[in-house]
Ligand binder design. Structure first.
Ligand code: UTP
Length: 332
């Protein structure tokens, strides 16, 4: 059963609660018990940049790459909390080498290099539309993170270092704010295994995941799979009934990661076409299909203009131009 989900609205917390959560969060951050993972194994076909998406130069007043922007966010966290969160970068077989070289040739953007680790996600075979193999492989979707964390020894490293939460974020959101003391404090206080950040959906068919309660557990349903009647349904105040949009910033406890790594996630089919293979099917797992395994989860709503400026398309919505305007506004 799908129901709307209750959220904690960060902005509406009392000053007292903000202070309390912030102290709890700061303690975990300062003790290096929160790590960050950038999901950078995607192919970024819509943007069409030649190279990993993180190497794209964002047309800011002072142009810089997406990876630089993400690392600068963590450098600010260091200034605030006095410790460098471990940074894990998930790459694909195709872009792993070039991603590593980019970080190296840019001197890791001033971040301690021993704090950055790259790990490679898995692949799945492509097929034609009749499901005959095409003898070609492609990244297995951002849900490939769970098995890759285990296979590449990152999960063990996090356990050994007594890390409690891994924050995952999309590479292309240049306002992502993973090291957020208040949100981390809320998770700690509630002993939550998963924390999903949300923003209010701009319009019914916005291309974002829908964060909902499914059979009593928080989860995300991708826009393509979300029934149109639910997407358009209004509540008694005339607002969208299902308005919590997932924008890719998630806090996962290490216990939860451990559990999901042992499970099989559903495999979604994406119908694609290109010059090389004609019409074909790509098979992908989604990170949020793991969320339902959490025993205790919560959703924290933040403001779009504070935390979400995606670069998905060459132009128009969610493009380098729109994201740059939001970035300049935030950091003016
Ligand atoms: P998207 O679904 O937006 O895909 O990924 P994309 O590859 O960036 O762009 P398009 O759809 O081809 O234009 C959301 C996040 O998940 C990562 C992406 O890098 C992005 O940060 N991702 C996606 C992976 O890490 N691995 C994958 O196999 C797919």
């Amino acid at each position: 059963m799908i129901e709307p989900i209750k959220t904690i609205i960060k902005d509406e917390l009392s000053e007292e609660d903000k202070e309390k959560y912030s102290l709890l969060g700061k303690e975990l951050i300062a003790n290096s018990q929160v790590a960050v993972c950038i999901l950078a194994g995607g192919q970024g076909t819509r943007l069409g940049h030649d190279g990993p998406k993180g190497t794209f130069i964002v047309p800011l007043k002072e142009p810089k790459s997406i990876f630089q922007i993400q690392v600068e966010t963590l450098l600010r966290a260091y200034k605030e909390f006095g410790s460098y969160p471990n940074l894990y970068v998930m790459t694909s077989k195709d872009n792993d080498q070039i991603t590593k070289e980019f970080f190296k040739s840019n001197n890791f953007f001033g971040y301690p290099k021993e704090k950055i680790k790259f790990f490679v996600q898995g692949e799945l075979p492509l097929t034609d539309r009749n499901k005959n193999p095409l003898n070609a492989m492609a990244p297995n979707g951002n849900g490939g993170i769970f098995k890759a964390l285990e296979d590449e020894g990152i999960l063990q490293e996090m356990k050994d270092q007594n890390i409690k939460y891994l924050v995952t974020q999309n590479v292309d959101n240049i306002l992502a704010n993973p090291i957020d003391a208040i949100s981390i404090g809320i998770l700690k206080e509630n002993n939550a295994e998963i924390g999903i950040k949300s923003i209010i959906k701009a319009y019914p068919d916005e291309r974002v995941g829908n964060t909902v309660l499914k059979d009593g557990r928080p989860t995300v349903i991708e826009y393509v799979d979300f029934p149109k009647n639910l997407a358009e349904e209004l509540d008694e105040n005339g607002e969208l009934k299902y308005k919590e949009a997932h924008f890719g910033v998630n806090y996962l406890s290490i216990d939860l990661l451990n559990r999901i790594a042992e499970e099989k996630l559903p495999i979604h089919e994406a119908y694609k076409s290109n010059d090389k293979y004609g019409d074909f099917i790509k098979y992908e797992m989604f990170i949020f299909d793991g969320f339902e395994k959490a025993n205790n989860g919560l959703v924290i709503r933040v403001k779009r203009e504070d935390e979400f400026a995606p670069i998905k398309n060459k132009e128009g919505n969610d493009s380098p131009e729109t994201a740059s305007i939001m970035y300049e506004e935030k950091y003016k």
